[in-house]
Design a protein around this ligand. Structure first.
Ligand code: XLS
Ligand code: NI
Ligand code: NI
Length: 434
């Protein structure tokens, strides 16, 4: 039975006027050394595709989900799996992500919830085998239930902390069972509402201990994928400890967690942190820690995580410049952590939304590749730093320079003749390719 009134979405090229076709995403087309689908590694999030009813702070859900009986039963959860795989198949999306509580219901006690999860995981496993779809990452929902209202791994209550640990243990085992490529920690409640009641130092120590236990357990069960931390500065908490790439890297270094962890960077979280996406990606990539991307966008007029689909060519070009610059994804990919607007409530709107995101990233990939092939942008940047390639600059970079050397040099050479940064010229150059 078909739940989406369309055939498999096909590539029809840029002259097509068919709204249910790709104009740019041609999965097998080679760009540089790899096909588009190998570069982009698109993933769909179970939580937005299957579970988001499209509510907002002022009104309830609008999404039409005729396949969903609205109950917390395992049968309903199992029925959703078929719909989700039909969606993936029709979109040609080969990876997905979940929270434990998206795929299976949270029942009255932990062991009942664990049993429900096992049943759904068994079905997901057979669907993965049947279709070749892979799990990009799994995660545990440590933010929705009331017990986590004051944090999970940073809760002031050790009983809650233990519950969270049990939940992550199970989610890790489910990820392993489904051959997940990675595992994500997003700490929506790992922060505080007010410092008046918060011992920040103890909370961070507890969070680090939690993540060390996760590594130990992964090693025990043979899960060898990377752990990702997903930075976000706030919402739902007033302040979240994993605020941005730099804060996460500092935390990982301080607590000896660098080896196993990298970052999953989300566009709308970058902008909530007051950064551009390319800033956040660059900080992560510089540390060799850009693991994966939650590919969405925010709205400049709305101050929360609107999780919109990426439609901006400048954004996708910048993202792909950083991704190509680091040599591409390994275990990571582009997960559309994005939802339709509340007004777009029909199932077919899921197709339109993902087609837009995939086409925009396909163009971003082609543009970024062309900019790199052209070479003028990279040459300009190389040239801009060329005084560090020899002489006094080289001495600085090799670590053999002293303040006395700098003083002698400055006295001999007089006032420096600084070159222009040429921002406008470079902005024009980027526009040549868009
Ligand atoms: C919420 C986060 C969340 C994570 C997974 O803002 O983006 O969806 O990606 O827990
Ligand atoms: Ni996300
Ligand atoms: Ni988000």
């Amino acid at each position: 039975m078909s739940h989406f009134p369309c055939d498999k979405i096909a590539y029809e090229g840029s002259s097509s006027k068919n709204p249910l076709a790709f104009k740019h995403y041609n999965p097998e087309e080679i760009v540089g050394e790899k096909s588009m689908k190998e570069h982009l590694r698109f993933a769909a999030p179970y939580w937005h595709v299957m579970r988001n009813i499209l509510a907002d702070p002022f009104g309830g859900g609008t999404a039409q989900m005729p396949w969903d009986d609205g109950s917390d039963s395992v049968e309903n959860a199992l029925a959703r799996v078929d719909v989700f795989f039909e969606f993936l198949e029709k979109m040609g999306i080969e990876y997905y992500c979940w929270h434990d509580r998206d795929i299976a219901p949270e029942l009255n006690d932990l062991s009942a919830s664990n049993d429900a999860l096992d049943q759904v995981v068994a079905k997901l496993k057979s669907k993965q085998e049947e279709t070749g779809v892979k799990l990009l990452w799994g995660t545990a929902c440590l933010f929705a239930h009331a017990r986590y209202s004051q944090g999970a791994a940073t809760s002031p209550d050790a009983n809650v902390y233990a519950y969270a640990g049990a939940q992550v243990k199970k989610a890790l085992e489910a990820t392993k069972e489904l051959d997940g490529l990675g595992y994500t920690f997003w700490g929506g409640r790992e922060g505080y509402s007010t410092l008046l009641n918060t011992n920040m130092k103890r909370e961070l120590d507890h969070l680090a201990a939690f993540l060390h236990m996760a590594i130990e357990h992964a090693d025990k069960i043979g899960f060898d994928g990377p752990f990702y931390i997903e930075p976000k500065p706030r919402e739902p908490s007033t302040h979240q400890y994993d605020s941005d790439s730099a804060a996460c890297l500092n935390f990982l270094r301080e607590y000896g967690l660098m080896e196993r962890f990298s970052l999953n960077i989300e566009t709308n979280h970058a902008t909530l942190a007051g950064h551009t996406m390319e800033h956040e990606l660059t900080v992560a990539a510089n540390a060799g820690k850009l693991g994966s991307v939650d590919a969405n966008r925010g709205d400049t007029l709305i101050g929360w995580d609107t999780d919109q689909f990426p439609t901006d060519l400048y954004l996708t070009t910048q993202v792909m410049l950083v991704v190509l610059g680091m040599g591409g994804f390994t275990t990571g990919g582009l997960n559309f952590d994005a939802k339709r607007r509340r007004e777009s409530h029909e199932p077919i709107d899921l197709m339109h939304a993902h087609i837009g995101g995939m086409d925009t990233f396909a163009r971003g990939l082609k543009i970024a590749h062309a900019i790199r092939e052209d070479g003028r942008l990279a040459d300009f940047v190389d040239q801009r730093y060329s005084s560090f390639d020899s002489g006094i600059g080289e001495k600085v970079e090799s670590g053999s320079c002293t303040f006395e050397d700098l003083e002698t040099y400055a006295l001999e050479n007089g006032e420096p003749g600084l070159a222009s940064g040429r921002q406008e010229m470079l902005e024009n150059l980027i526009n040549e390719f868009i």
